[in-house]
Design a protein around this ligand. Structure first.
Ligand SMILES: *Cc1c(COP(=O)(O)O)cnc(C)c1O
Length: 458
């Protein structure tokens, strides 16, 4: 084991393929269903929304898929990202555990999201698309896609959840600086938005509503396609570069993680780090324990059933089998905006269903407390989303201390919190509080699970 603090790979060691976990499952994933017929959909059904190259990746069972040269050359601006050993945090915790973190905040937009934004813009451009529409919650995805569209000289339209639009003007400013157009969602610009506003003029919005608006714009404009920042198989595929690098960095460290941890909103940064490790486990090469962490206020994996549901509120998307809180669920306004989605990536849901990963939920205040401890020991102020992973890593390291076990723990530090200072100031001023699990609202949202899929859900 090495005594270094930082494990950097050479540019030439940047992985040149993405890893597709579907290749290592012994049975196929449950199919995606047409919302009208309840029958499995084909590539043609997705063609109005996505370029063919991404649809092919969505259904691929190839283990490795080449990363295009143009995408690699953009990745090289900030990749390979560093793997750090959190030595000062270990010391503060007085734990025998070795804590590592993979830092994705080094990308220009400050999170892991450019890993897929750049790839998606590339494939759309290659098929002649000139404009992408999307949604953003906390603003991380909107800024990543806006940057990628600027690189490929494409237009970008971002529906930003109303509550973030009002609370996070700096993220909005970043998106606009990259040249994208931002609209608060729900908006008057789409049927989906108008329908919601008619019913509730003060609606704070949700990712599910913003997705409906962005999908509608793509479906009704020939030159426009839709881009999603998480959840879909091809997004998780692109994020696998994180875990692929991390495997090489653990070789440099002459170590291997006993525990791999990621926070989960739609599941992409978690999958990006964890899937290459789970793949090794599936192939019988090396065992590992994997933990997905979510907020108690939006407990998709820990409280939501594994069932067919829509990805959006207006029910424009196909039905996918996933852990869900119901497509009409509007989560409480916690500050980890990127973790407020009613569903979860089908691949992450499946991996949890099969016992290849476990899920846990933590409260907002303990997450912020962990983020503050991390900032004071390691210097990096994490994104509020990433605090969920930080907190779980600390909890596991403290368990190691109690048990006298010297385990290796790695977590994904999915982004920095430099645009989330207001939430840290609110936390430090004692203005934040924990939300109880909104049982009643979730029950109401779950009562509306699509009936067309009842047979498939049974
Ligand atoms: C978007 C985001 C998340 C949550 O999305 P996943 O798809 O679950 O990764 C987590 N952390 C950061 C920094 C984000 O920007």
């Amino acid at each position: 084991m090495s005594d270094r603090t930082k494990y950097l790979l050479d540019e030439k060691d940047l992985p040149e393929v993405w890893y597709n976990i579907a290749a290592d499952f012994s049975e196929p994933m449950p199919p995606v269903l047409h919302p009208g017929t309840g029958e499995p959909i084909g590539p043609a059904d997705l063609a109005p929304l996505f370029p063919m190259a991404l649809i092919q990746q969505e259904v691929s069972t190839e283990r490795y898929i080449d990363i295009p040269g143009e995408v690699l050359s953009i990745y090289r601006q900030w990749r390979p990202s560093p793997l750090f050993r959190a030595r000062r945090l270990e010391k503060a915790l007085d734990t025998p555990a070795r804590i590592y973190y993979k830092y994705e905040g080094v990308s220009p937009a400050g999170s892991h999201k450019p890993n897929t934004a750049v790839a998606q813009a590339y494939y759309n451009k290659a098929e002649g698309i000139t404009k992408l529409s999307t949604e953003t919650g906390a603003g991380q995805w909107g800024s990543a896609l806006a940057m990628a569209c600027a690189f490929f000289e494409m237009e970008c339209k971002v529906f930003m959840v109303r509550v973030s639009y009002d609370q996070k003007p700096y993220r909005r400013g970043l998106i606009e600086s990259y040249g994208a157009k931002v609209t608060a969602s729900p908006s008057e610009e789409t049927n989906a938005g108008r329908a919601i506003l008619q019913h509730d003029p003060d609606c704070r919005g949700s990712l599910g509503i913003a997705i409906s608006e962005a999908v509608e714009v793509a479906a009704t404009n020939e030159d426009t396609k839709y881009a999603l920042g998480s959840v879909l198989n091809h997004v998780l595929l692109h994020q696998s570069v994180i875990g692929e690098e991390c495997l090489k960095q653990f070789e440099l460290a002459d170590d291997y993680p006993d525990i791999v941890i990621g926070c989960t909103g739609g599941g992409s940064n978690f999958a990006g780090l964890a899937f290459p490790f789970i793949g090794r486990k599936l192939r019988g090469e090396q065992d590992v324990r994997v933990i997905a962490v979510e907020p108690t206020a939006c407990p998709t994996l820990t409280k939501g059933p594994y069932a067919y549901d829509f990805g959006d509120t207006a029910h424009l998307t196909p039905l996918v089998k996933m852990h869900t809180l119901g497509s009409t669920f509007v989560p409480p306004g916690i500050h980890a905006g990127g973790l407020r989605y009613h569903g979860m990536a089908p691949l992450v849901s499946y991996v949890c269903e099969k016992g290849l990963a476990e899920a846990t939920a933590i409260h907002q205040l303990e997450a912020f407390a962990a983020g503050i401890q991390f900032a004071r020991t390691e210097g990096i102020l994490p994104a509020p989303e990433a605090n969920h992973a930080v907190c779980t890593a600390i909890n596991e390291a403290l368990k190691c201390k109690e048990a006298g076990e010297d385990k290796a723990i790695v977590f994904n530090l999915s982004g920095h919190g430099h645009f989330d200072i207001q939430s840290y100031m609110d936390y430090l001023a004692g203005k934040l509080h924990d939300y109880e699990y909104p049982e009643h609202e979730i029950a109401m949202a779950l009562a509306g699970l699509p009936s067309v899929a009842q047979k498939a859900n049974a």
